[in-house]
Design a protein around this ligand. Structure first.
Ligand SMILES: [Zn+2]
Length: 266
C-alpha cells in the first residue's frame, strides 16, 4: 500500500485562495489546487492509495469548523488528521471528539500557532492521545524564517515531547528538521520512538540522494514515511525519487507506505 502521510486539502470554496497564499509564501507553483477532487485525481495518477490530510488552523476560532469538515471527508482514500490550536479552551476534549468520529491522529504546527510543543500546557493533549492516535508535528523552521525568530519547532523541542511521552506515536515532519537538518541529525535522527517523513517541498530531490540516504540509514528504514506536502509537491515526482535510491525494493515499499500503514493502522 502506498501512503502519503503529508497532504493539505481544503473545501472547494477556499482552496484556490489558500493554494495561492501558499504559492506566494513559498515562492513556487503548486502542482494543482488542493481540493478533495484535486488530491484524488493526483493520487490516481501517482499510484498513491491513501493520503493523510493534515488539518491546520491559523486561528483558534477556526478549529471546530476545520475539524468538522475533515471528519466529513474521511473515506477509502483520504485519512484526515485533526487540527489542535494551543489556545483552545478544552484541547483534550477536542482530541476525544476527533477520536470518537474516527480520526486517527492530529497535526501540530508550532510555528504557525506560535507555541513550544514541550510546553507543559500541551501535555494533556499527548496524554489524551494515548498509545493509539498518531501525532504529526512540523519539525524545523520555514525556508523564510529570519535569524532571531523563535524556533518553536526545533528538533530538540520535538524530542523533549518524545522523551516525556515514549509511547506516543510521533512523526517528526520534514526529515525531522525542515531547514534544520544539522540539528535534526544531532538531536533526533537515530533516536527511538519517533518516525520522520520525507516531506521537503517543492521536492525531496532538493535534499539530494546522498544526504537523504544517509538520514534514512541512520534513522532506520522502519521509521521513515513518504510525505510530500501536496499540493506544494508532486506525489509522482517525490515517489520516483525515493524509488531511485540505492535501497532494496522491500525497503522502498516500507518508506512509500508500509511503515505508515502499520503505525497509523490503515
Ligand atoms: Zn505541510
Amino acid at each position: 500500500m502506498r501512503v502519503d502521510v503529508h497532504t493539505h486539502v481544503y473545501p472547494d470554496r477556499i482552496a484556490e485562495v489558500i493554494t495561492g497564499i501558499m504559492e506566494r509564501d513559498f515562492g513556487y507553483d503548486a502542482v494543482t489546487t488542493g481540493t478533495v477532487d484535486g488530491v484524488k485525481s493526483h493520487m490516481r495518477d501517482s499510484g498513491v492509495d491513501k493520503s493523510i490530510v493534515l488539518g491546520v488552523a491559523e486561528r483558534v476560532d477556526q478549529v471546530r469548523g476545520i475539524n468538522d469538515w475533515l471528519i466529513s471527508i474521511q473515506d477509502d482514500m483520504l485519512v484526515p488528521f485533526g487540527a489542535i490550536h494551543p489556545d483552545l479552551e478544552d484541547m483534550p476534549g477536542e482530541v476525544r471528539l476527533l477520536r470518537e468520529n474516527g480520526i486517527k491522529g492530529i497535526k501540530l504546527h508550532p510555528i504557525m500557532n506560535q507555541f513550544y510543543p514541550d510546553d507543559p500546557k500541551m501535555f494533556p493533549v499527548y496524554e489524551e492521545m494515548g498509545e493509539n492516535m498518531v501525532l504529526e508535528i512540523h519539525s524545523g523552521k520555514w525556508p523564510h524564517t529570519k535569524p532571531g525568530d523563535p524556533l518553536y519547532a526545533a528538533p530538540e523541542r520535538v524530542m523533549n515531547v518524545v522523551r516525556r511521552f515514549p509511547k506516543l506515536k510521533v512523526i517528526a515532519l520534514h526529515l525531522g528538521g525542515f531547514y534544520m537538518l544539522d540539528e535534526a541529525e544531532r538531536e533526533l535522527i537515530g533516536r527511538e520512538n519517533v518516525l520522520i517523513d520525507t516531506t521537503w517541498p517543492p521536492s525531496v530531490k532538493e535534499v539530494g540522494i546522498k544526504t537523504l540516504t544517509t538520514i534514512i540509514n541512520k534513522h532506520g528504514i522502519n521509521k521513515v514515511c513518504f510525505g510530500t506536502d501536496f499540493p506544494l509537491a508532486s506525489q509522482t515526482v517525490d515517489a520516483e525519487f525515493i524509488d531511485s535510491l540505492a535501497i532494496t525494493d522491500t525497503d522502498k515499499e516500507k518508506i512509500l507506505g508500509e511503515n505508515a500503514r502499520e503505525l497509523i493502522g490503515l
